[in-house]
Every structure is written in structure tokens, then in C-alpha cells.
Design a protein. Structure first.
Length: 528
């Protein structure tokens, strides 16, 4: 329990807990914003609730436009959607909250007054069970879903805070996130909810509880400023940084409902938007952000790295130590396998989503004999080569009389595997982030600190998958009676996106109150 974890100032809105997995929102060219820049997409490379840690998120709307946001927590091993919710920020609004363990649950906690969809419950948003296992660590996506065309629109007026800091009508704001579509895919213009990516309806109850008012949405400005911090109640250490900001990621509004998802047969639901763009269903995306392989491919080009570079420390002297952990996150891998097949494997424990394809056997059911095509086209597992340097050439043996270029790398280049979407490399004798799984890399003999260059190579045959919108159902889903759309996958040759940081922790055993830490983002050489 994080008793001394204080949420920062608040004036915004976050919403709803729902679990999903794939999604799509459109992108234009995705230019990587500098640390001081803003964007319409922000990625927090790491969150943790592991062993006394909690992770805080601070979201600022720096514009004079109301914005609807999707905040999504993706678990480390496969980036499945462990928890997501929507928040509506009024102009110049700010939202702060944190995620922490609470008994067997993981909760997102905020003391914000702003409107959320769904309504913020007493005690916080609880991570649903569906992808809760292994979600103690992961990364966070924050996407701007759009801004109302006018600040005099019903949703903008409803989200606006009064002099006491309370929004005018959060129930009216939430109306804009209900599902509004019949079995044939037609919207009902006489009630509330999402009509399309660019039009929603709400009730202005002070006027009428039966006649809805339309809200028209536009592409949001590049005005999000997102930062994060990680804090340990046990050690007192806290560190943080800016998120990775990307500007011009979406080329239109991307409003979706917060009631149903893709596994309900709804391609206009809470799984979208995501790093593939907006809702893929043409009926609801006709006036909104596009979706498709090109959107995520632009992010891969923007964040693709030939090498990541940072320093490390494994320094220990008596009761003083300086330890470091690296985080390497490869966002968007959930877009690179056939989600229905992968989900079937999670549900049944059968290994059906493979790189080479397989045939189901041994179940004693009608599933036996079903041929599953190749399904897994992710960059991971990536082959990682670490070139490790000692700051003072310690531990490197040089024959007498020889000269070397300083600093000198070790003879061998350690090779390892990055097999998760979020990977932790532990350099010191003690962990910094208490990650449940981590990689250890050999260092020059006797070395206590230095720097490292990491080059990682994707697995072969990388592809990006998107949903078929022509009514074709996944064959296994059809066999089981589910209305889950099939997917089609397209080859990509762009580099894998890689982001992350090194987390430093200085420990004074005799004076724990003096412990402190810091985060330094990785530098990169860009892929050509």
C-alpha cells in the first residue's frame, strides 16, 4: 500500500475500465516530438505495481480545445489491453492519477473531479480479470480521440469546470461514449451514443431527457503533454520523465463506444483507437480517422532504432551502492499477430498462434483437425547484441607495450533475446525496478560502470494485421458460434520501434532517507 504516494494536482477527466486487445486509429506521418514538444499520441514506456512500486501519470491539455482521450495500460509480455478508459479534458485541463497494487487487484486511482466514461467508482478503476495475469508491469498508450468542433457544443459545455472545480454535467459527457448501432450496423439518431467516429449524441437533461443533441468532432490539436513517475514506498525512491510524444498521429476524430469490443463483434468499440489508427469499420469511421497498416508503419519508421545507447552502473562500496536497470519497450506488437487465433490460444491453453501454422489435435472435440495458418508475425523475439564498454577500461587485459583506443569494448559481444514487448535489463547487483523477469548482460571483469550500445534484430517475416470489414468471420470463431471478424496481415520491412530509459538508484544502507533515483531516456541512432 502506497501510504505516502500523493497524487499531483488535478483538474481533468479520466474514464472507464474495460479490457480489450487490438485497435486502430489513423496516422499521418507520426513525427517524433522532441522532449519539450507536444503531440496527439503519448507513450509511457513503463509502468509497474511490482513489490511496493506505483506509477503516476500526469496528462495536460495545453490547448484551448476540449479533448477526449483514450488511456490504455498494456501488459508487458504481449501488450494485451489490461485496462483502458476515456477521459475528457476541458481547455487547459490537467489529469493526474496512479496505478498500484491493492491486494490481488490492480487499481487506477485519481482524486480528479473531471468527467470520466464510465463514471469513476469509489476506490478507483479495477483492472478486469481478462488480462490481469502478468499485468503488474507494462506500458501506457494515451491517444487523443478528437476535439468538438465548437467550444459551445453540448459536450464542451458539459465538461467545463465551474468555479468550484466541478464539471457542469458528467452524465451528459458520458452519453457520448455509449454504443449506438443496431444488429445491421445502423445508428439510431433519436438517442445518445456514438453515431460515427466524428459524430456523437448526448442528452442535455436541463432541456430534454428524450431528444439528443449532436456533437461534431474534429482531429485534435497536438497539445498533449504527458509525464510519468515511478515511486517505491519501500525505499522512498521516486523517478520520472516525459512520455514519448508523437505529433500528427491521427488524421481525424476517432470517437468509439466504451461498452463493447471486437470480441463482441463491434469494431467501433473500446479496443479502438490504438496504434493502428481509428475504428476500422467503414460505417462508423466514414467521417473520422483512417486505420490501416500505414498508420503503424509510420510509427515504426519514426521510432525505429538502429541502436539504443545509455550508461549503466553496478557500483557497490560498503553500505553504498549505485544500481541501474534498463527498460526497452517495443510498442505495438499486439498489431502483429492474428488476434482471434491468439485469444483462442489464451482461452484454451492450446498453442495455436505460431509462426509456422499448426493443426489442432488431441482435444476430443470438433476442433481437432482444424488447420491454423501462420499467425504470429511480431518483431519479438528480437536478437539483441550488447556492446558493453567500461568507463575506465577496467577489466580489459592489454598486452604490455600495446595501445588501445579508449574506451575499449570487451572481446565478446554478448547476445541475448528481447522476447517481450517490455524488457528489463538488470545491470547492478540489486534490482532497481523489481521486475518479475529480467535479462543480465556480461560486463568487463571488475567493471563498476560504463555505457552500452544495444542493436536488436527483428524476427523474420514481420507483418501487421488488420480486421476484415467485409463480414468475413474468423474460422475458429465461426465454428464456436462467435461473431469475431477475421484478420488479414501485410508484410512490413520498417524497423521495430524501440523506446525506453535507464533507471538509476543510489542506496545508502545507513541512511535510507537519503536514497534517490533518476531516469534517463535512451539515446538512439536512427534506422535508415
Amino acid at each position: 500500500m502506497n501510504t505516502n504516494f500523493k497524487p499531483l494536482g488535478i483538474v481533468a477527466a479520466v474514464a472507464a475500465a474495460s479490457a480489450g486487445y487490438v485497435g486502430t486509429v489513423n496516422a499521418q506521418t507520426g513525427d517524433l516530438a522532441a522532449e519539450t514538444d507536444l503531440g496527439d499520441l503519448a507513450i509511457v514506456p513503463y509502468y509497474t505495481v511490482q513489490e511496493g512500486y506505483a506509477t503516476g501519470v500526469n496528462v495536460i491539455n495545453t490547448s484551448a480545445r476540449t479533448q477526449a482521450l483514450k488511456i490504455r495500460f498494456r501488459r508487458a509480455r504481449d501488450s494485451m489491453d489490461a485496462l483502458d478508459f476515456n477521459v475528457v479534458l476541458s481547455p487547459n485541463d490537467m489529469y493526474t492519477g496512479f496505478v498500484q497494487a491493492s491486494g490481488e487487484d490492480i487499481k487506477f486511482i485519481s482524486n480528479d473531479n473531471s468527467c470520466t466514461a464510465p463514471a469513476y467508482p469509489a476506490g478507483g478503476f479495477v483492472m478486469p480479470d481478462i488480462y490481469r495475469e502478468g499485468a503488474e508491469t507494462g506500458y501506457i498508450e494515451i491517444l487523443s480521440m478528437g476535439s468538438p468542433a465548437s467550444e459551445t457544443s453540448a459536450v464542451a459545455l458539459a465538461a467545463k469546470h465551474d468555479a468550484t472545480g466541478v464539471p457542469a454535467d458528467c452524465a451528459g459527457v458520458r452519453d457520448n461514449f455509449f454504443r449506438n448501432r443496431d444488429a445491421a450496423g445502423n445508428a439510431n439518431l433519436a438517442t445518445r451514443g456514438v453515431i460515427s467516429s466524428g459524430v456523437t449524441h448526448q442528452f442535455v437533461r436541463a432541456v430534454s431527457a428524450t431528444t439528443p443533441v449532436p456533437n461534431v468532432w474534429e482531429e485534435a490539436p497536438n497539445s498533449l503533454k504527458v509525464s510519468y513517475f515511478i515511486k517505491s514506498d519501500e525505499t522512498g525512491v521516486e523517478f520520472g520523465d516525459n512520455a514519448v510524444h508523437v505529433e500528427n498521429y491521427l488524421d481525424g476524430p476517432a470517437m468509439t463506444n466504451q461498452q463493447l469490443g471486437t470480441f463482441d463483434g463491434d469494431l467501433c468499440g473500446f479496443d479502438h483507437p490504438d496504434l493502428l489508427g481509428g475504428a476500422p469499420e467503414p460505417a462508423c469511421a466514414a467521417d473520422g480517422a483512417t486505420s490501416g497498416v500505414a498508420v503503424y508503419d509510420s510509427l515504426r519508421v519514426t521510432l525505429g532504432a538502429q541502436t539504443l545507447i545509455n550508461d549503466w552502473s553496478a557500483n557497490s562500496a560498503g553500505d553504498f551502492s549505485v544500481d541501474t536497470d534498463w527498460v526497452v519497450t517495443i510498442p505495438g506488437q499486439y498489431l502483429m499477430f492474428d488476434q482471434p487465433f491468439y485469444q483462442f490460444g489464451l482461452d484454451t491453453g492450446l498453442e495455436v498462434c505460431t509462426r509456422g501454422g499448426t493443426t489442432i489435435t488431441g482435444t476430443g472435440t470438433g476442433l481437432d483437425g482444424q488447420v491454423i495458418p501462420p499467425c504470429d508475425f511480431r518483431d519479438i523475439p528480437m536478437t539483441a547484441q550488447f556492446t558493453v564498454y567500461d568507463r575506465e577500461e577496467q577489466g580489459i587485459v592489454v598486452e604490455e607495450g600495446d595501445l588501445v583506443v579508449s574506451p575499449q569494448p570487451p572481446t565478446d559481444i554478448p547476445t541475448d533475446v528481447l522476447d517481450k514487448e517490455v524488457n528489463v535489463i538488470q545491470w547492478g547487483s540489486a534490482p532497481v525496478l523489481n521486475a518479475p523477469e529480467f535479462i543480465e548482460v556480461p560486463k568487463p571483469d571488475g567493471a563498476r560502470f560504463g555505457w552500452t550500445s544495444l542493436a536488436a534484430t527483428s524476427a523474420p517475416n514481420t507483418q501487421v494485421c488488420e480486421y476484415n470489414t467485409a463480414g468475413i468471420v474468423n474460422p475458429l470463431a465461426a465454428l464456436l458460434g462467435y461473431d469475431i471478424p477475421a484478420m488479414a496481415c501485410t508484410s512490413v520491412t520498417s524497423p521495430a520501434p524501440m523506446i525506453g530509459f535507464v533507471a538509476w538508484q543510489r542506496n545508502f544502507a545507513a541512511l535510507p532517507a537519503a536514497n534517490y533515483g533518476r531516469i534517463v531516456a535512451h539515446s538512439r541512432t536512427q534506422s535508415s
